[in-house]
Write a protein that binds this ligand. Sequence first.
Ligand SMILES: [Zn+2]
Length: 281
Amino acid sequence: MRKVYHGLAILLFASVLQAADPVPLGQLPKGKTFLVILAHHDDHTWEWGFGGFIARLADAGWSGYYVRTTNDEKDGHEWGPNDQVNLRESQEAARHLGMKEVISLNWRNDHMSSAPLKEIRAQYILLIRKYRPDVLMSWDPWGHYDRNPDHKRVARAVGEAVWMAGLPNVHPEHLAAGLEPFRVPRIYYAQREDYGKGHTPNIAMEFNQAQLGRKTDAFWSHKNVRGNPANPEARRLSMETPSREAGRRAGVTFAELFYAVGEWDDIPGLKDYLETNARPK
Ligand SMILES: [Zn+2]
């Protein structure tokens, strides 16, 4: 029994150490357009990712688009108008972060595990070919555990779409409609590390105090699911605490942590050539 306890203690200690591992600070990538593809109206504003980095990209002149995959019919205090209320609040959050538009695909909330993966992926491929993003953000498809069935389905479909959008024989009907194949050059995956093994951040993206303020405003735009905290200190700490902790691991004040992967990271010579000679228009 005692041995088991010791084993458990060592395991817990090891997981705490892993959670506190330093993460290298990333530079702002090159480009001008980014796409954020997630499941629900508020997913781009959670405490573990996206909002701070989104605000920083917008401040640097990038155009950003948010894809809400579901209709959010079950998220909120009302049955019925949740879809439209949540969409409006998602648009308000996107405005706080400096994004251009929210694109809603309206798949049924909590039913995505039975929605055809191929159909969801086809919609993402179409959007990738339309917007031709230099950066795409989503959840880590290889994060082993996320308790939300919609999140898991979206992450898997995104992980496939970022590559398949570059293949001309995949959905050639898009090409007939005037779009061209496009492989996303850089992807930033976020995930809660306490959701289990499988997600290990490899880059920290820093943001400033004003951008933290916008991340906080965006989070609390979702009044239908989060209410409206009367205590301004609780409101401030909700986003500041995790942003400080992520920043501490990279030696800066505020940050978000990602697993970033470039499509050509494994072939550095080709990557350099494409960076200087063949950047997407
Ligand atoms: Zn969600």
